[in-house]
Design a protein around this ligand. Structure first.
Ligand code: COA
Ligand code: AMP
Length: 619
């Protein structure tokens, strides 16, 4: 099927107040606009439509929280009631179409309700992952300038209660922009002190709230902004539009994941990440599936049987998570003993994404679950998968190490540094020929120049994914590594550049480098190397501890920055470029060659020694 027929048919499958006459306006590429004259609403397509079509008593959302020993269900009727009343709360706080609302919440159903309530009134939500610290939140507050922030008193990690409210208060103090109100969900685990005149209690606000109807919006009106890591400390505000998101996500539920309305679909991720936006909240609900909000981990809540318990209890048909979750389970239960005590016969497929899936993990999962394990490749920018084995179209043979072929709508190619296509099997930059399909990002929030420069300038006519890889002679794509300073830690995308900016702020640090090194469980871990200012006589161990704390405070615990050492100098080329690749190879114990351009080979020995002292293979 041609792409235009594909997207015309997919568009016919959603609800429009006014159906689009134009499929694509590509007159101002790369600012391509799908369905430009369509009028719709994402909340209507996720919630109201199911009630109007008679599925109001079907389960829409299951909340399962082993960390608080809570379970709760919402039918579509109940979800409509909650969402339309919370939209009323937002409206009563002056939130209008086009206004931004930041959602900084743990994995509770109220996060999903807040997102849908924004969509209902045409407000643009920007969800910030709970593992980010005040400073990161402040940067996003200043960029998105929200009228209202929705948050909770706390999050619950297995080892501790994370008080969100002090983090939020500090972020608002740091930010230049001030929201006019904060709506705080008080959780029984730990209630927060509210700021008089600014903060509202979620429950109190909801008790008197009037439901409001959906506001029709243009297909190209933003549904949300989601910040993701780039090469610097300034995150990129990925903007996704409304019409493209509804059309692409609904299409993907049937064609990629092969799930049918009424079935339980579980993306074990977090609403703060793109996987959460697309496949905890919007995709399943557009398709009339029951979605699961799981506030727990794959292991330790309480054991490595946690996922199997959930699959059995709710008859999950398709599970989507990151490979790191399966590496964590395998580490604690290599024989799959826990799995044997649960019935997982309803599960049809496991989808993995968020990081490269090593063949061992894929094969282990397949052997345990005895269902197709589908690696699929996508990014915050694309919003849904670029490459996948589309189970709803035709299942291709599974090739471990490859997320299979390009999904319909994506023309994936590999280019060399001069922009020429390379032969099958040859590594180069993975790019997508324009136009990108519906549902991919339309711009970066208030940063159109950066949008063009970062993604479309190196290879005109193509979107540069930032990943390197190759395509084999059967069209299977292999995604091997990032071409920039982005690293992937436990499926979380992080910027080494941002960590370097934080470390460079330490008063004793003259120079630093952060590299991503291999980790058997999390895929990658950040490692920092510090060169101190001349004349510093303090104990280097103290400075290292402060540096680690600084990254935790400024970026957040999710950075998992725990490996750090002081070195005399950093290895550099004669032109002054830090040899990050060489250090990475040394740290990983891989074979490496002394770069011909190195300024002083003796520095390599010093760095190797420091890495060995950190317990790394450093060969
Ligand atoms: N709020 C506050 N803190 C958070 C948080 C949140 N929402 N999420 C994570 N953190 C903290 C953790 O408590 C941990 O802190 P610590 O250093 O004090 O222990 C730190 O951030 C790192 O968290 P995480 O990366 O989750 O590591 P972990 O060791 O706690 O768990 C896994 C490891 C593999 C079990 C976990 O990463 C996981 O379940 N991953 C699934 C993958 C996933 O969801 N990917 C998202 C994209 S699909
Ligand atoms: P994020 O934007 O957080 O979803 O991270 C996107 C990045 O994660 C991609 O650019 C890849 O580097 C990596 N990634 C995601 N899925 C895969 C996959 N299936 N295989 C290899 N890398 C992946």
């Amino acid at each position: 099927m041609s792409d235009s027929n594909l997207w015309r048919d997919a568009a016919d499958d959603i609800y429009w107040y006014r159906a689009p006459a134009t499929l694509l306006d590509d007159s101002n590429s790369p600012f391509n606009r799908w369905f430009p004259d369509g009028i719709t609403n994402a909340c209507y397509n996720a919630v109201d439509i199911h009630v109007e079509e008679g599925r109001g008593s079907q389960l829409a959302v299951i909340y399962d929280s082993p960390v608080t020993a809570t379970k709760r269900n919402y039918t579509f009727d109940q979800l409509l009631d909650e969402v339309s009343r919370f939209a009323g709360v937002l409206a009563s706080q002056g939130v209008e179409k086009g206004d931004r609302v930041i959602v900084y919440m743990p994995m509770v159903p109220e996060a999903l309700i807040a997102m849908l309530a924004c969509a209902r009134i045409g407000a643009i939500h920007s969800v910030v992952f709970g593992g980010f610290a005040s400073n990161e939140l402040a940067v996003r507050i200043d960029d998105a300038s929200p009228r209202v922030i929705v948050s909770a008193s706390c999050g619950v990690e297995p080892n501790r209660v994370v008080e969100y409210k002090p983090l939020l208060d500090e972020a608002i103090r740091l930010a230049s922009h001030k929201p006019s109100a904060c709506i705080i969900l008080q959780r029984p685990v730990q209630e927060a002190t509210l700021v008089e005149g600014r903060d509202l209690d979620w429950a109190q606000a909801m008790s008197g709230a009037q439901p409001v109807p959906c506001v029709p919006v243009n297909a190209n009106d933003p549904l949300y902004i989601l910040y993701t890591s780039g090469t610097t400390g300034q995150p990129k505000g990925v903007v996704r539009d409304t019409g493209g998101s509804i059309v692409s996500l609904k299409w993907s539920m049937k064609n990629i994941y092969n799930v049918h309305p009424g079935e339980v679909y579980w993306a074990a991720s977090d609403v703060g990440w793109v996987v959460g936006h697309s496949y905890i909240v919007y995709g399943p609900l557009f398709n009339g599936n029951t979605t699961l909000i799981y506030e727990g981990k794959p292991v330790g809540t309480p054991d490595p049987g946690a996922f199997w318990r959930v699959i059995q209890e709710y008859d999950v048909k398709v599970l989507f998570t990151a490979p790191t979750a399966f590496r964590a389970i395998r580490k604690e239960d290599p024989q799959g003993k826990y799995l044997a005590s649960y019935d997982h016969s309803g599960l049809r497929a496991l989808f993995l994404a968020g990081e490269r899936c090593d063949p061992n993990t894929l094969e282990w999962a397949q052997q345990q679950l005895q269902v197709p394990v589908i690696d699929h490749w996508w990014q915050t920018e694309t919003g849904w998968s670029i490459c996948a084995n589309c189970l709803g179209i035709e299942q291709l043979p599974i090739v471990p190490g490859s997320p299979a072929r390009a999904v319909p709508g994506y023309d994936v190619q590999v280019l060399d540094s001069d922009g020429n296509q390379v032969a099958p099997g040859v590594i180069g930059a993975l790019v997508i020929k324009l136009p990108l399909p519906p549902g991919t990002f339309t711009t970066l929030w208030h940063a159109e120049e950066r949008f063009v420069k970062a993604y479309f300038s190196r290879f005109p006519g193509y979107y540069e994914t930032g990943d390197a890889g190759y395509i084999d002679d059967k069209g299977y794509v292999f995604v091997m590594a990032r071409t920039d300073d982005v690293i992937n830690v436990a499926g979380h995308r992080l910027s080494t550049g941002a960590m370097e900016e934080v470390l460079a702020d330490h008063p004793d640090v003259a120079e630093c480098a952060v590299i991503g090194i291999a980790d058997a469980m999390k895929g990658q871990l950040p490692l920092g190397l510090l060169v101190l200012n001349a004349g510093i006589s303090r104990d280097p161990a103290e400075i290292v501890a402060e540096a680690i704390q600084l990254v935790r405070e400024r970026i957040g615990p999710v950075a998992a920055f725990k490996l750090c050492a002081v070195v005399e100098r950093l290895p550099k080329t004669r032109s002054g470029k830090i040899l990050r690749g060489t250090m990475r190879n040394i740290a990983d114990g891989e074979s490496w060659k002394m770069p011909a351009t190195i300024d002083d080979p003796a520095i390599i020995d010093e760095v190797s020694l420091a890495l060995k002292q950190l317990g790394l293979p450093a060969g």
